[in-house]
Every structure is written in structure tokens, then in C-alpha cells.
Design a protein around this ligand. Structure first.
Ligand code: FE
Length: 193
């Protein structure tokens, strides 16, 4: 991986979308890029903050920046793509964004434990990965997770993640969101050398 700076991070992310975005989101009727672009598009349509839109856009970026590869229905272990994603973004994005990335899988486990109706809405692939990810949270895990000051935003991005699985939906491409991604980076790094 090249040395990333605030002037190259957005192009780096755009390049991943361009080169790898066509890869299958196995078990879902969308590619990885379509999935993330749909989440960001819904966030923008619903008037969410730029930080939330960008978090939705990048929530699965760890599928590409880690050595762990993409989700596979044959997996017998969780591959922790959410940690890889947050690690790459951590130098450039605010905690609000990286928390939404890092905890988007935990949020599914949280919602399954706290909202019985939520489980019914999960796709088959998402139920499969839920089991690999540890199933619904225990009461102690729910209590700990609830203490995160960014809980509401984490849940919001989880719902955008769930929504971004629409076959044949037209969305803007990464270039549409790139200036917004740069603004979020610049706001976060303002005042640092
Ligand atoms: Fe996702």
C-alpha cells in the first residue's frame, strides 16, 4: 500500500471502488461498489450529515484493504473486515465515521438482541454471517455497546447497510461523493500539519 496522505486518501479510495468495486457481494444481488454507493445515496436522499453519508459509502471498505478477502458463504470464521476498514480510515476520518465502520457488524448483533423484528429483515447472507459473527449480543454486550456515544449514528449506518442491497438501482458513482469525502477529511484534519 502506498504512503497515504490527506491529499491522496480520496483518490486511493476511489481507485479501490474503480478496480475492485465490481466484485460480487456474495449472496446479495449487488456488487460491493453498488452496495456501498446505494447506502450513501439513501443517506444523502434522507438528508443525513456528510459524515454519515461518507460512513455508509465506506463501511465495507475493509473488504478490499485487508488480506482477508470478501465474504464467502463457505466461510466458517468471521473475517473481521470491519476492523480492517476502520484501521485504514483512522488516520483521516473522525471517530464518528470510524466507529460506524468498526461497529457496523456489532450493530447487527446489537439490533438482533434488542429488536426482535430486526432479525426478520435480514437477508439470508446476513443471517449466515450473523452466526459467524457470534449471533445476537448478550445482555452484558448490549450494555457495553449502548455506552458508545456514537450509538445512534452506528445504528443509522447499519440500517443504510441493510438498505443497500437493491438489484438494478441507479446511483451516482464514487466521483459524485469524492468532494464530500475530502471535506470530511479536511474538517477532521483542520489545524494539523
Ligand atoms: Fe455492508
Amino acid at each position: 500500500m502506498p504512503e497515504l496522505t490527506r491529499d491522496t486518501i480520496v483518490a486511493f479510495l476511489g481507485d479501490i471502488f474503480a478496480r475492485r468495486g465490481g466484485e460480487e457481494y456474495l449472496g446479495e444481488p449487488v456488487t460491493m461498489a453498488q452496495h456501498m454507493l446505494q447506502g450513501a445515496t439513501f443517506a444523502q436522499q434522507q438528508g443525513f450529515s456528510e459524515e454519515i453519508i461518507v460512513a455508509a459509502l465506506l463501511h465495507d471498505i475493509g473488504h478490499f484493504t485487508s488480506e482477508f478477502g470478501t465474504y464467502n458463504p463457505d466461510d466458517t470464521q468471521d473475517r473481521h473486515h470491519e476492523d480492517a476498514g476502520a484501521a485504514v480510515l483512522g488516520a483521516f476520518f473522525p471517530t464518528l465515521v470510524t466507529d460506524c465502520v468498526r461497529y457496523h457488524v456489532a450493530a447487527k448483533r446489537y439490533l438482533c438482541a434488542t429488536q426482535p423484528s430486526y432479525f426478520e429483515r435480514l437477508s439470508d447472507a446476513s443471517v449466515h454471517s450473523l452466526n459467524l459473527q457470534g449471533g445476537p449480543m448478550s445482555a452484558a454486550e448490549v450494555a457495553a455497546f449502548s455506552a458508545n456515544p456514537n450509538l445512534a449514528e452506528i445504528i443509522q449506518v447499519r440500517h443504510l447497510d441493510e438498505a443497500g442491497k437493491v438489484a438494478d438501482m441507479e446511483t451516482p458513482d464514487f466521483a459524485h461523493f469524492a468532494p464530500m469525502v475530502q471535506r470530511v477529511v479536511d474538517r477532521h484534519l483542520k489545524g494539523t500539519p
